[in-house]
Design a protein around this ligand. Structure first.
Ligand SMILES: [Fe+2]
Length: 293
């Protein structure tokens, strides 16, 4: 039997994101997966309430935060990875293909001074790379589709799948962001669903489908295979791609896509201050949906 990490989930109702505090019961070594900075777009107000609650929970349990891990460059919230690194000395890790995402978005935001070599992260994980969390083994699976750099962290009997499969009654993540690919997402999900059936699946968001009023984030491989509304057993790749493309065509961009991506290609750090000492984010006009310069 694989080891079983301690897992505490924190649901952010603002962005429907689930942040996980994962720890090794034997050594108290811990990782925070997909930490959130609170960003209120009307006043461009940034706060650390959500992540501070996670850090407090970790301190209360006597955990040592060794890693701040993102499953991908999120388009719906600002990552608190850099904040966690500054507060705790944790290393920041993400999938190796983040460099593709950095290249695409530093060009979109015309921030050529932003490095696209991944150096702002402490670890760029390759497919099937392993690293230690205390006495636990962490295995990285490259699971692209939602974005080209998405990864899944398999820690003992738990898989943190980010935005690939959501809860069985909600389905799957969108695959229409730059570099997204519905067929790749289908294949990545098959890879996740080939893990042992009792593997616990922890998803990156829960958007509360009609008929359910409480957020949920934990399922198993067996449950996903039996009843995920988009990818239960028997759904072919062609059928999935058709469904996913039709559904994605109806979805608006996430509210925070522009602030999120320009911060998340910097591991959650803001751009450097300008000559007045303040930091600014950019809004590229007509560059997401297309249109005149
Ligand atoms: Fe995402």
């Amino acid at each position: 039997m694989p080891a079983s990490p301690d897992i505490q989930a924190f649901f952010d109702p603002q962005t429907a994101t689930v942040t996980y505090l994962v720890s090794d019961p034997a050594t108290k070594a811990a990782a925070i997966i997909d930490p959130v900075l609170d960003y209120e777009p009307k006043a461009a107000h940034l706060a650390s309430t959500s992540i501070d609650a996670v850090l407090k929970a970790a301190a209360d349990k006597g955990l040592k935060i060794e890693w701040a891990l993102d499953t991908h460059a999120h388009a719906d919230h600002l990552s608190a990875a850099d904040y966690v690194r500054a507060k705790t000395g944790a290393k920041v890790g993400i999938g190796a293909r983040i460099t593709e995402v950095q290249k695409a978005f530093r060009s979109l935001f015309h921030v050529e001074e932003t490095a696209s070599d991944g150096a702002v992260f402490d670890a760029l994980f390759a497919d099937d790379e392993h690293f230690a969390l205390g006495a636990l083994d962490v295995r990285v699976l490259h699971t692209p589709g939602h974005t080209p750099a998405c990864i899944t962290y398999v820690i003992g009997d738990a898989a943190f799948v980010g935005d690939t499969v959501f809860m069985p009654d909600y389905g799957t993540a969108r695959a229409d962001f730059p570099g997204g690919d519905a067929a790749a997402l289908y294949r990545s999900i098959q890879r996740i669903l080939a893990l042992p059936p009792q593997t616990r699946i922890f998803t990156g968001h829960d958007y509360l489908p009609a008929g359910r009023d409480k957020p949920a984030w934990e399922s198993t491989v067996a449950e996903q295979r039996a009843r995920n509304v988009h990818v239960h057993e028997g759904v072919t790749e062609d059928a999935f791609v058709q469904m996913r493309k039709a559904r994605d065509a109806t979805l608006a961009p996430p509210v925070l896509i522009l602030p999120s991506l320009q911060v998340n290609i910097r591991a959650g750090a803001l751009p450097p201050p300008e000559s007045d000492g303040h930091r600014y984010l950019k809004l590229p006009i007509n560059r997401l949906g297309g249109g005149p310069k």
